[in-house]
Design a protein around this ligand. Structure first.
Ligand code: G6P
Length: 610
C-alpha cells in the first residue's frame, strides 16, 4: 500500500526522503509526493508514476530546502492516480500538511460537514478531509496538538499519518491506527517511515508506534502520548538488518536476490533453535506460554497469500509430527465465520510483514474469543508480532520483492521446528532425529538447485508464451503446487492454477491439450506412483509435462517432456526444495515476458487495507 517517509534533523530533508521513498516503492507506486519546510516557507511537489519521476522533478530546484519534510508513495484507493490526488494533502490555508496510509472510512461525512463550513477540497481523496478537519479545529483557537487529537478522535478507519505544521517547522507529528508506522531514532535527527527499510541506512534503532498513539518528534526529542495526552512508554528496538540486506547488490531484481538467499534464510530460521545432542528444538519465543502450549488440542492457522500456502504445509506438519488436529483459514474468511471454539483451541498467525490487515483482524477476533494466539512473523516489532501472546521470528531480513519467496522457505522451516516443539508423541524420537538431521542439510540441497538457474531459465523461455499452466502435487506438495501457480500468476501474468493431482479427473483434465502445459511436482515418495498415473492421463491427451523430480528417478523421463531434478529429502521437508525451481521458473517467465517482477501490476507487498 502507500509508503510514508518523514525527516527532521540537521540535514537537508529532500535526499533522505527521496531515498526512503525509493526503498518503499514496493508498497505502492502509482504516484508520489514530497514537501519540505523551513523558516523560508514550503516547497512541495507531486508527480504521477514512479519515484524517479518525482526525483527528476525536484532535482533542479535549488530552493527545495528544509530540515523537516514528509513524503509519500501512493497506491490509489480513493480517486485516480493524479497529481491532485497524490500526497501530501493540505488544508485551505496551507498550514497543515500530511501524508497518510490507510483509509478514512467516514471521509464522506467529514467532507460534507467541512464543505458546509466553507472548506474547499482540491482532491478526490479520503485523506484531504483530515487536513481540513485539523484546520477547522485550529480555527476554533485550539493549539496544533489539541486540534490534531480532536481530529484523530473524529476519524474512523485506518491511518498512519505524518503531519507537519508549516507555521512551526521544528516539529513533526505522527499518529497511527491499524496501519504501520515506525520512528527511526538518530542523533540530532529522527525519521518516520512505514517500515524500517526506508531509513535503515541512517539508523538501526526504531520505535514501533502503537495504535492510538501520537508522537511529537523534534530533531533531538521524541514524545509519545495517547489521545488523552498521557505519555506512553517508549521502547526502542535495535534491528540487526543492514543496508545491504535491503538493497539488490549484484542481482538484477530483488526477487532473484531473495530466491538466492534461500539457503541462508533456512539456516537463519533454524540456527540456535536445534539442540542436536538432546534431539529437541528450543523456541525461546514460545517458552513463556509453554504450559498453555501443552494444552493445545486444535490449531487454527490464519494467513493470506504465500503465508497461507506455508500454513497449508504446516497443516500436514502439525498433523503428522505433532499429531495435532490443524486447519488453515484465509484470514479474510475466518473473520466472518461463526464457528464454535472448544477449550484448547489456539491460533497461529503467519505473516511476513506482520501488518496484513486481514490477518490482524482475524487475530483480533481470536483474541476476543479468548484463544491463545501464536505468530510466525518476519518483521520484528510489527503489529501482529506485538499482538500475539507468543511467537517465533523468521530472522529472514527484509523481503522487498512483492511476490514472497524467501519468507515462504523461512516460514516452512519454522513450522517444522514448531511441529516438533508441539509434539507430544512418545515415539517422536526417530522422526524428530531424522527431521532435525535432514533440516540441517537442506541449505546445501537448495544451493544445488540454484546452480540449475540457467537451465530453468531455458525452460521458462520455452513455456513463457503459454496462456495457461496447471500445477499439480500431492500431500506436502499440494500446497507447493498452489504456491507455484500463485508465483507464476503474480510475476508473469500467465493464468495458472494449482490442483491436488488426485483431482485431475474431477475437472482439470478437461482443459488439457497440446498448448496447456502441466507442472508436476513429483519427488520420489509414498505418493509418486499415484502422480505417475495422473501424468499418464495427461500424456494420453497430449498435454506437455514439465516435472520436478528426484535425482535418479528413471521413470519420469518417459512421462515428462522436461524435468528439473532436485536432491532427495524426506517428505515433510520436500516443499523446501520443490518450491525453489518453481520460484525461479516464475521469475524467469516474468522477466522474459518483459515485466517488472519486483513490482507486479496491481499488487502491493504489504496489504494494510482490507
Ligand atoms: C501480499 C503480498 C504476498 C504476501 C501476502 C501476505 O499479497 O504480495 O507476497 O504473501 O500479502 O503477506 P504477509 O506479510 O502477511 O505474509
Amino acid at each position: 500500500m502507500c509508503g510514508i517517509v518523514g525527516y527532521i534533523g540537521e540535514k537537508e530533508a529532500l535526499p533522505i526522503l527521496i531515498n526512503g521513498l525509493k526503498a518503499l516503492e514496493y508498497r505502492g507506486y502509482d504516484s508520489a509526493g514530497v514537501a519540505v519546510f523551513s523558516k523560508n516557507g514550503i516547497r512541495e511537489k507531486k508527480t504521477v508514476g514512479q519515484v524517479e519521476v518525482l526525483e527528476k522533478a525536484v532535482g533542479d530546484d535549488v530552493d527545495f530546502k528544509g530540515n523537516l519534510g514528509i513524503a509519500h508513495t501512493r497506491w490509489a484507493t480513493h480517486g485516480a492516480p493524479s497529481e491532485a490526488n497524490a500526497h501530501p494533502h493540505s488544508d485551505c490555508s496551507r498550514r497543515v500538511f500530511l501524508v497518510h496510509n490507510g483509509i478514512i472510512e467516514n471521509y464522506k461525512e467529514l467532507k460534507n460537514y467541512l464543505s458546509e463550513r466553507g472548506h474547499i477540497f482540491k482532491s478526490e481523496t479520503d485523506t484531504e478531509s483530515v487536513a481540513h478537519l485539523i484546520e477547522d479545529f485550529l480555527e476554533e483557537g485550539k493549539d496544533f496538538k489539541t486540534a490534531l487529537i480532536d481530529t484523530l478522535k473524529m476519524i474512523r478507519g485506518a491511518y498512519a499519518l505524518a503531519i507537519a505544521d508549516a507555521k512551526n517547522p521544528e516539529i513533526l507529528y505522527a499518529a497511527k491506527l491499524s496501519s504501520p508506522l515506525v520512528i527511526g531514532v538518530g542523533k540530532d535527527e529522527n525519521f518516520l517511515a512505514s517500515d524500517p527499510s526506508a531509513v535503515i541506512g541512517n539508523t538501526r534503532d526504531f520505535i514501533y508506534l502503537k495504535d492510538g498513539e501520537l508522537a511529537e518528534i523534534t530533531r533531538d526529542k521524541i514524545n509519545i502520548s495517547n489521545l488523552e495526552k498521557q505519555p506512553t512508554p517508549i521502547e526502542i528496538v535495535r534491528l540487526e538488518w543492514n543496508l545491504e540486506q535491503a538493497q539488490k547488490g549484484d542481482f538484477p531484481h530483488f526477487m532473484l536476490k531473495e530466491i538466492f538467499e534461500g539457503p541462508e534464510i533456512v539456516r537463519f530460521a533454524f540456527r540456535g533453535r536445534i539442540i542436536s545432542k538432546e534431539n529437541r528444538v528450543m523456541l525461546g519465543g514460545l517458552e513463556q506460554v509453554s504450559d498453555k502450549i501443552k494444552k493445545i488440542k486444535r490449531l487454527i492457522i490464519l494467513a493470506c497469500g504465500t503465508s497461507y500456502y506455508a500454513g497449508l504445509v504446516g497443516e500436514y506438519l502439525f498433523e503428522e509430527i505433532a499429531k495435532l488436529p490443524t486447519e488453515v483459514h484465509f484470514a479474510s474468511e475466518f473473520r466472518y465465520r461463526e464457528e464454535p471454539f472448544d477449550e484448547g483451541t489456539a491460533v497461529l498467525a503467519i505473516s511476513q510483514s506482520g501488518e496484513t490487515a486481514d490477518t490482524l483482524a482475524a487475530l483480533r477476533k481470536a483474541k476476543e474469543k479468548g484463544l491463545l494466539t501464536l505468530g510466525i512473523v518476519n518483521t520484528v516489532g510489527s503489529t501482529i508480532a506485538r499482538e500475539t501472546n507468543a511467537g517465533v521470528y523468521n530472522h529472514a531480513g527484509p523481503e522487498i520483492g512483492v511476490a514472497s519467496t524467501k519468507a515462504f522457505l523461512s516460514q516452512i522451516t519454522i513450522l517444522v521446528l514448531m511441529a516438533i516443539y508441539l509434539s507430544k508423541s512418545n515415539d517422536k524420537d526417530s522422526l524428530t532425529e531424522s527431521l532435525l538431521k535432514e533440516l540441517e542439510k537442506i541449505p546445501e540441497k537448495i544451493e544445488k538447485i540454484l546452480l540449475q538457474a540457467p537451465a530453468i531459465e531455458k525452460l521458462a523461455l520455452k513455456y513463457k508464451d503459454c496462456g495457461n499452466f496447471l500445477f499439480i502435487g500431492r500431500r506436502y506438495n499440494y500446497p507447493t503446487a498452489l504456491e507455484g501457480a500463485l508465483k507464476l500468476k503474480e510475476v508473469s501474468y500467465i493464468h495458472a492454477e494449482g490442483y491436488g493431482a488426485g483431482e485431475m479427473k474431477h475437472g482439470p483434465l478437461a482443459m488439457i491439450s497440446p498448448d496447456f502445459p502441466t507442472m508436476a511436482i513429483v519427488p520420489q515418495n509414498g505418493v509418486s506412483e499415484k502422480i505417475y498415473s495422473n501424468l499418464e492421463e495427461i500424456k494420453a491427451r497430449k498435454g506437455p509435462i514439465l516435472a520436478i523430480a528426484t535425482e535418479g528417478d528413471k521413470k519420469i523421463s518417459s512421462l515428462a517432456n522436461d524435468v528439473i531434478y532436485i536432491p532427495k529429502t524426506i517428505e515433510p521437508l520436500e516443499p523446501l526444495l520443490t518450491v525453489v525451481p518453481l520460484q525461479l521458473f516464475a521469475y524467469y517467465a516474468g522477466v522474459n515476458r518483459g515485466f517488472n517482477v519486483d513490482k507486479p501490476r496491481n499488487l502491493a507487498k504489504s496489504v494494510t487495507v482490507e
